[in-house]
Design a binder for this molecule. Structure first.
Ligand code: SF4
Length: 414
């Protein structure tokens, strides 16, 4: 595709609103880091953020920073720096790019937000291994480097049915964090405040779900590539009023688009499901590529990962344990297959694209026969492309695009 012929990505008007609340979030944290108050907690993306917020911490999410490094295509400058201190190129490239950027004392936040000189230093770090072991190793590196405690919840993985003993253990571990968090924050745990934050997270998650489900409409008003950007507030601002207000605005815009039959892809012909991590450094490029072929990538497991149906402010500890245990990444292969089957029905999907991300086996669900089983059961074409979330050396653009183009042709023939 030549420059002049690049297809149009339709702008989402709410983007300006999102940029403002994200900027406010980063500036507030930068101020706190400089003043030493309020205290700052680092948290994994599906970690116990609500508990941290209820104790007055501002929360930084290193995975969000990792995604920024990917999206700004700076990750590959930093991954080798972490490799040089012994962190393998085969492990999570969020981890290696984030640690590499810290060692080099560089961050895209500096370029995006005038006056911010670095990521906010933590007073404590809290992880949940529900998604992978890498997060524990990631926070452990910072813990040693900065002499800051890293606490964690060790969770179950590859589970089918969720039993009481799973939830009891997670709930006990969440409660067990409180004394240390009180000590570091200087605040006493307040159950009412905790319930309030869980209620806000629930509201945020309900709205985010509605935003994603807007894409059940034909044509779909938003692409997967848009959604990866607009999920920012659901990740870093859940538990806040700002996130709730933002998704009300975004949802209204999408509903207007649906009413006008204004799809994200002009002349939408095919609807695809994206299974796996985004390729952060290629979002725009891929969005344009699919628009060119009138193919809408409209739903994904990844963006659904911040839907926490079970939050219940009246039962905050147990519901939080459930919400962070029942997510897709924690579950076994049978659960995952059934989940994708339901998504295919719900979004009227014509084909599934699996992204095998070299450095994230946890989000690469093509490795145990899933595409083959789904093809057979649903009589639905699938394609697997090799790439990575941040390490663009693992992504062969030409090969991926040739294969996707052939796949789309196949959709037309079937
Ligand atoms: S789930 Fe994957 S991308 Fe996320 S932190 Fe773990 S290894 Fe990295």
């Amino acid at each position: 595709m030549s420059e002049e012929k690049k297809p149009l990505i339709k702008k989402i008007k709410a983007t300006g609103h999102m940029r403002k609340i994200m900027a406010d979030y980063f500036y507030e944290m930068d101020r706190a880091a400089k003043q030493g108050s309020p205290k700052i907690a680092w948290c994994t993306s599906v970690g116990p953020a609500e508990l941290l917020l209820s104790l007055g911490f501002l929360v930084h999410y290193p995975e969000n920073h990792g995604a920024l490094l990917g999206a700004t295509r700076t990750a590959n400058e930093y991954i080798p720096v972490a490799n040089a201190i012994g962190y393998s190129p085969d492990i999570c490239s969020y981890l290696t790019s984030d640690i590499g950027s810290f060692i080099k004392k560089e961050t895209p936040l500096t370029r995006a937000y005038e006056g911010i000189e670095g990521v906010p230093k933590p007073d404590i770090m809290v992880y949940n291994t529900n998604q992978c072991r890498d997060v524990q190793d990631w926070f452990s590196w910072y813990s040693r480097e900065l002499n800051v405690p890293a606490l964690g919840i060790s969770t179950y993985r590859n589970i089918g049915e969720i039993n009481d003993f799973h939830l009891q253990s997670i709930m006990d571990q969440i409660k067990g964090l409180i004394p240390r968090l009180e000590e570091i924050s200087g605040n006493t745990f307040d159950l009412d405040k905790f319930k309030e934050i869980v209620a806000l997270s629930k509201k945020c998650t309900e709205l985010w779900k509605k935003v994603l489900e807007a894409n059940t409409a034909i044509p779909a008003p938003m692409s997967f590539f848009d959604a990866t950007i607009h999920m920012g507030p659901a990740v870093v601002l859940r538990g806040s009023r700002q996130a709730v207000e933002y998704y009300e605005v975004l949802l209204q815009e999408l509903e207007e688009r649906i009413a006008q039959k204004d799809g994200a892809v002009e002349g939408e012909k095919y609807r695809l499901y994206w299974e796996g991590m985004p390729i952060w450094g290629k979002l725009r490029d891929l969005a344009e590529f699919f628009i060119h072929f009138q193919t809408a990538v409209i739903a994904s497991t990844y963006c659904n990962s911040w839907i926490f149906d079970s939050f219940d402010p009246d039962d905050p500890f147990m519901s939080m344990a459930r919400a962070y245990t029942e997510i897709f990444i924690v579950r076994d292969e049978n659960f995952k297959q059934k989940y994708i089957e339901e998504m295919v029905q719900k979004y009227k999907i014509d084909g599934i694209l699996f992204h095998d991300a070299k450095t994230c086996p946890n989000n690469s669900n093509n490795r145990y026969g899933m595409p083959e089983r789904l093809e057979k059961k649903l009589n639905l074409p699938t394609i697997t492309i090799n790439g990575d979330l941040n390490d663009l050396r693992c992504y062969s653009e030409e090969q991926a695009k040739t294969n996707i183009e052939a796949f789309i042709e196949q959709l037309g023939a079937s």
